[in-house]
Ligand binder design. Structure first.
Ligand code: HXC
Length: 260
């Protein structure tokens, strides 16, 4: 079935995925989440895609949260199922071998901030506002936000945001380490594309393993993480990309990676 709310544009190894529901500030309902999951699943399988950029349509919002109008009617069972559906999407982004860059072009609230936090890098526009307003609605973040934010910026700052429901601006998000960089809104797409293209030039197996080592290593003891890293390091010596990368250095030419 054709996507109604997710746009996907692929050029030169970079897929730009746009949550396109601007009349609702790109709020995530179960249909949008389903379309997003299918889109990301296809991109993970597509050898022509090296990097994904995730953004929101319009100039006002990245994603203003999960869809409150849909959630308002949910039973406890449906709420639980909805949280699990969203968490599946967030975990899929973390497990993807391809880096996902969030280009946060405005409000990133609730489920929208959770979506950005699942990504590998977050660039924000200078008008962005971030927060977890869930407690103002009588709920809590449910797409992994309590876990991902506290791991990223520590429990005290995470609690300040999650327990108050307040929003912070892009500069404060930068100072707190929630986002990697803040740029003028007009430059956000180009900035994300620059990084995506730089990553796309590298050996995709190495890039995927490096992401994997960091993401999975965070759930291990340091010693297990070291062991995991050295195993992945060793596996890469069985790839053509390693031979090409090092051969190109020795021969003083640019590497042409094939992703195998
Ligand atoms: C459904 C939403 C929405 C949302 C905005 N809209 N956010 N619809 N769900 N999360 C809709 C509005 O109802 C309105 O549609 C249109 O988008 C424009 O929004 P306005 O409120 O008119 O814009 P503005 O006055 O500029 O205010 C912007 C805003 C505000 C501050 C971002 O929209 C807002 O507070 N939105 C809710 C943010 C929020 O609480 N997010 C967390 C949701 S809970 P109509 O048709 O009415 O004009 C969550 C849980 C995740 O994310 C975990 C789930 C398991």
């Amino acid at each position: 079935m054709e996507n109604q709310n997710i746009l996907c544009d692929i050029a030169e190894g970079v897929a730009t995925v746009t949550v396109n529901r601007p009349a609702s500030l790109n709020a995530l309902n179960s249909q949008v989440l389903g379309e997003l999951e299918c889109t990301l699943y296809k991109l993970e399988q597509d050898n022509a895609v090296r990097v994904v950029i995730l953004t929101g349509a319009g100039e006002k919002a990245f994603v203003a949260g999960a869809d409150i109008k849909e959630m308002a009617e949910m039973t406890s069972f449906e709420g639980h199922r909805f949280a699990l559906q969203g968490q599946r999407v967030m975990l899929f982004i973390e497990k993807m071998s391809k880096p996902v860059i969030a280009a946060v072009n405005g409000y990133a609230l609730g489920g929208g901030l959770e979506l950005a936090l699942a990504c590998d890098v977050i660039y924000a526009s200078d008008n962005a506002k971030l927060g977890f307003p869930e407690v103002t609605l009588g709920i809590i973040p449910g797409f992994g936000g309590t876990q991902n934010l506290s791991r990223l910026i520590g429990p005290n700052r995470a609690k300040e945001l999650v327990l108050s429901g307040r929003m912070i601006n892009a500069q404060k998000a930068l100072a707190w380490g929630v986002v990697n960089e803040v740029v003028a809104q007009a430059e956000l797409a180009a900035k994300a594309l620059d990084l995506a293209r730089e990553i796309a030039k590298n050996g995709s197996l190495g890039v995927g393993y490096a992401k994997n080592a960091i993401v999975n290593g965070l759930n291990m003891t340091k010693e297990d993480g070291f062991r995991y890293e050295s195993s992945l390091f060793g596996v890469l010596f069985a790839t053509e990309d390693q031979k090409e990368g090092m051969g190109a250095f020795v021969e003083k030419r640019k590497a042409q990676f094939q992703g195998k």
